[in-house]
Design a protein around this ligand. Structure first.
Ligand code: SF4
Length: 974
């Protein structure tokens, strides 16, 4: 059915409903919503019981919203709570959610599988025996909390704050835990981001001072995606539905992906480049726009920091725009289509056609890259920087159908308390060799610990599984089993995982329908917040019950983190003497513990413009409104905030810098809805940046040092990377020139659309669809090494090898292989997610590690009869174990692509075999460390890092100062 037919059908349904005197449900997506239960009937929704068919048995439900936790998109879900049993019967989309508009991918409804997973962890567990031996006893929450709290307290009071670390995988919230750590005075926040998106973030951050793009796909004329955004990319479902809307209206879709992804099958131009050559193609397109005067001169003149570029790099040229244009015409002349064709293997005529399509976009060019090429390659951050160059050339920045800075399409409310910045700097997460890294060097932790730069007293992993997710997992096992390096490892997780097996405590945390969180993400030109909540708690409260502790309604003793951190903080500082407890106390009743109701109630009442009024109009408190609907759209049609004039009352004590940056002595406005126009870097007199002088008007600009879009990054230039200060092409570590004749690149970054990293392993609906990860190989390569689909090959990396089946397909470029990182889960002992984990043996002698699969998945008896129907045994191979760390010296991103040799498996090789030498991985770590330009030598001002660059948890400014020369980095005894 096309859109016109759909609309006609909706109109007919509307008229029919109105003729019957019924309300037609409009909902936020404005089309096709007759299928959604009208929100007026969410207290008592009736459906026929499908299992009772053909009898017509009515089931009555209470519909309670929450937010999906199975990727970062934070789509809305509606839990169908059976009114007879008060159990969740199913999850469907929440039509009141402005981002997802009632739609979900397969992973959203599969939340039910996670909740009912027969293998999930229901009670706190404590290790007995040696770490990793798989012996556990159940303990009371009180015992675990007291033990952890006293250790944290001692670390704080004994001046060992840097021995506390919280390491998060999927955060699923906007800053709650950062503030917990700030309240403890600890710089212990660590994320997974440098194995994920920091390459992409760096490219955007150097351009606009904000680290993500917000493409307005729905209104674009041309959409350019690097990677498979329709089925597995960032903001997958919310973006995918808008890309399809645009395509229906005639927009052109260009997809760069070396594999024929589902997204590529929808493209008007599918470009399958040699991996790592993407920036060369993008620069060829940019060069085409520049040479043919196809760019938006006025936008470039107003918004690029071309003047600063000329003054710094061409001091003899008079800094006029006309002179800049002349220089610009010379900058990218080597990036011809022929050059890009030689780099990428895509013919020049195709690239020319793509460039001409881009040129037709005008200001309606929406572009996006996130993981993919930016996460695969040395210098991958330049992929994001060169992609955004196209937007910046066409003026397609913060325009309808263009690409916005993310913060303009995201709303983060001010919370009830904002603790001060921690006074310390943690070298384990922000080592001085990587002063420009966009996020923590999380995946280097084992190497930094083994180098005895520091040790950890209390290490929390939370929804994070580095042994399996990160490269070099055996080095993680070595570090986690050394109790002199990690004294106490606390795993906060809803499910078993490879890392939790090496913990001292496993503390069960809730899935997406069992916990509170706040979200907001950039998915269109608007701002919304989404509220994740424990749905059974909300259901019971709707029935008039009072639930004081989420453990009362979750299965077993599963908790949620908000209440956990509040309780733990009270135990760390029971009398308030450390100054911590006050951030976890009630404002309404001082001396009492803060509750989640008060925490979120305060935010919704005080920090979300328009929400109190909307709630009042429906006779509700703001908290009750969010518990009922789960999401609220704060603003729509934000537009070009950089062009917004700065009000004169904000310009007291104004000073205008040479670059046009305007500083003021007036305080920042308290309204959180105003996007910060300044970076946090104050001028020498302590004034804050407030805007930028453009023409004769002071407007908000961008939060960069210059206030403009930084075509030229003075930060890169000043911190040792002058040759990369403008968008450029860096040849990847897997560039052909760097490969031996018998090596080929392995793309290891792609996802399976229906799997989550760790938490979907017992989502039976998803497992049945996708449960293995064969090696994609082109028929010409398969012929060369004499293998057919299903045959085993040995894939040799720098530090070892793995044995996997091949899938021979023309959906991959010749000379390149690919393997999804989503599979190959394993367990050493009985405990585990049995639907998707192989049982393995693990042998090691010194630094040589071997893994062999003993058994795959098989049917088993549980309270879920479906587990007896498991028909698959193959659960894939854990390839990440065989990858060494490859930290990009600028962005800090782990560069995932590998140079590998693919050989027919030997007689002794078995499917799933893995061999690794961790001394080789330590050597590769040292080689990549040698690429860095550290703060000790390259900092222009004796600080560890430019203060204006983002940090998830920013320490106090004093902590940025580098220690005096000669002072040790922080070596500890063994
Ligand atoms: S895209 Fe899928 S997994 Fe991600 S939040 Fe939406 S429904 Fe959940």
């Amino acid at each position: 059915m096309d859109l016109e037919q759909l609309n006609a059908r909706v109109s007919a349904a509307r008229e029919a409903a109105e003729a019957r005197g019924e309300t037609f449900y409009p909902g936020p997506s404005r089309i096709h919503l007759a299928a959604f239960p009208p929100k007026e009937r969410w207290d008592d929704w009736v459906e026929l019981d499908s299992k009772a068919w053909p009898a017509r048995v009515e089931k009555r439900y209470m519909l309670v919203p929450t937010t999906c936790f199975n990727c970062e998109s934070a789509c809305g879900l509606l839990a169908y709570v059976d009114k007879d049993t008060l159990q969740v019967r199913k999850f469907e989309g929440n039509p009141e959610h402005p981002g997802s508009r009632g739609r979900n991918c397969a992973k959203g409804p599969a939340t039910l599988n996670q909740v009912t997973d027969p293998d999930r962890i229901l009670y706190p567990l404590k290790r007995v025996g040696r770490r990793g031996a798989g012996q556990w006893v159940r303990v009371a929450w009180d015992e675990a909390l007291d033990d952890i709290a006293i250790r944290v307290r001692h670390a704080i009071t004994e001046g060992r704050r840097n021995e506390i670390m919280y390491h998060v995988g999927r955060p699923g919230e906007d800053g709650f835990t950062e503030r917990v750590l700030a309240a403890w005075g600890v710089d212990g926040h660590n994320t997974h981001t440098n194995v994920c998106s920091s390459g992409g973030r760096a490219g955007y951050h150097f351009w606009m001072g904000l680290d993500r793009p917000s493409p307005d796909h729905a209104n674009a004329r041309v959409i350019l995606l690097i990677s498979s955004h329709l089925e597995a990319g960032h903001y997958f479902n919310p973006h995918a539905q808008r890309v399809i809307e645009a395509k229906r209206r005639g927009a052109k879709l260009i997809v760069f992906d070396t594999r024929l992804s589902n997204t590529a099958t929808h493209a008007d131009h599918w470009v399958a480049p040699y991996p790592g050559s993407e920036a060369a193609i993008l620069l060829a397109i940019a060069n085409h726009l520049i040479q043919h005067d196809l760019y938006d001169r006025e936008f470039v003149r107003r918004w690029w920091n071309w003047q600063e570029y000329l003054e710094r790099e061409h001091p003899t040229v008079h800094p006029t725009f006309e002179h800049f244009e002349r220089v610009l015409k010379t900058l990218y002349t080597r990036y011809t289509f022929e050059f890009a064709a030689a780099e990428s293997g895509v013919d020049a005529a195709t690239l020319h056609a793509v460039a001409e399509t881009v040129a037709t976009a005008g200001t309606r060019l929406s572009t996006h890259t996130w993981r993919s090429a930016a996460a695969g390659n040395l210098g991958g951050w330049q992929v994001a920087r060169t992609l955004f160059l196209l937007n910046a050339l066409l003026g397609a920045v913060a325009t309808e159908g263009g690409t916005y800075p993310n913060a303009w399409n995201k709303f983060v409310p001010r919370p009830i308390y904002v603790p001060p910045h921690p006074p310390v700097w943690n070298e384990l997460t922000w080592p001085r060799e990587y002063p420009l890294a966009i996020n923590e060097l999380s995946f280097l932790l084992p190497h930094l610990l083994k180098a005895r730069r520091a040790r950890l007293d209390v290490y929390f992993t939370r929804v994070y599984n580095p042994v399996w997710t990160n490269p070099d997992g055996f080095s993680w096992i070595e570090a986690l089993t050394d109790e002199s390096l990690v004294k106490l490892h606390v795993a906060l997780t809803p499910t078993w995982n490879e890392t939790a097996c090496f913990a001292d405590y496993i503390l069960p945390m809730g899935h997406g329908s069992e916990r509170h969180d706040l979200h907001s993400y950039e998915q269109y030109d608007g701002q919304w917040i989404g509220f994740r909540q424990p749905v059974l708690r909300a259901a019971r409260e709707r029935l008039g019950e009072r639930v004081a502790d989420t453990r009362q309604i979750n299965p077993g003793e599963v908790w949620e983190e908000n209440e956990f951190w509040i309780e733990l903080s009270w135990r760390i500082d029971p009398d308030g003497g450390l100054g911590i407890r006050r951030y976890f106390e009630s404002r309404r009743t001082p001396g009492r513990k803060l509750t989640v109701d008060e925490y979120y109630g305060y935010i919704f009442e005080h920090s979300v413009p328009g929400l109190p009024e909307r709630a009042a109009a429906e006779g509700m408190t703001p908290l009750a409104y969010m518990r009922r609907y789960g999401a609220f759209e704060v603003a729509r049609s934000i537009g070009p905030l950089h062009e917004q004039p700065v009000p004169t009352q904000e310009l007291a004590g104004m000073r205008v810098e040479r670059t046009g940056r305007v500083y003021t002595t007036s305080p920042a406005p308290p309204n959180p809805n105003i996007v910060p126009s300044g970076s946090p870097e104050l001028d020498a007199e302590g004034r804050r940046p407030v805007g930028v002088l453009v023409g004769d008007e002071i407007v908000r600009g961008f939060p960069t040092p210059s206030g403009r879009l930084e075509f030229y990054s003075s930060t890169l230039a000043e911190w040792g990377w002058r040759e990369h200060a403008i968008p450029s092409y860096i040849r990847s570590h897997i560039h052909r020139d760097h490969l031996a004749p018998d090596q080929m690149p392995l793309i290891s970054t792609f996802r399976l659309p229906v799997q989550i990293h760790t938490r979907s392993a017992n989502a039976k609906w998803l497992d049945e669809i996708a449960h293995t990860n064969p090696l994609w190989i082109h028929p010409s390569d398969a012929k060369r090494i004499d293998v057919a689909t299903g045959d085993l090959v040995r894939v040799e990396t720098e530090i070892g090898h793995y044995v996997v089946k091949v899938w021979v397909t023309e959906g991959i470029r010749p000379g390149v292989v690919a393997c999804s990182h989503h599979m190959g889960r394993w367990k050493l002992h009985d405990a585990g997610q049995r639907q998707m984990m192989a049982t393995v043996s693990l042998d090691h002698t010194d630094h040589r590690w071997g893994m062999r699969q003993l058994a795959g998945a098989r049917p088993y008896k549980s309270q879920d009869p479906d587990t007896l129907k498991i028909w698959w045994t193959d659960v894939g191979v854990h390839q990440n174990l065989t990858f060494p760390v490859h930290p990009d010296p600028v962005s800090g991103q782990h560069c995932w692509h590998q140079a590998v040799r693919v050989k027919k498996a030997g007689i002794r090789d078995q499917y799933g075999d893995i061999y690794v030498d961790t001394s080789a991985s330590a050597e590769v770590y040292r080689q990549w460390l040698g690429l860095t330009r550290g703060a000790d030598r390259h900092s222009p001002n004796r600080t560890r890092r430019p203060y204006w660059l983002m940090r998830p948890l920013r320490p106090a400014k004093d902590a940025y100062r580098l220690p005096d020369p000669g002072e040790p980095v922080g070596v500890v005894g063994s």
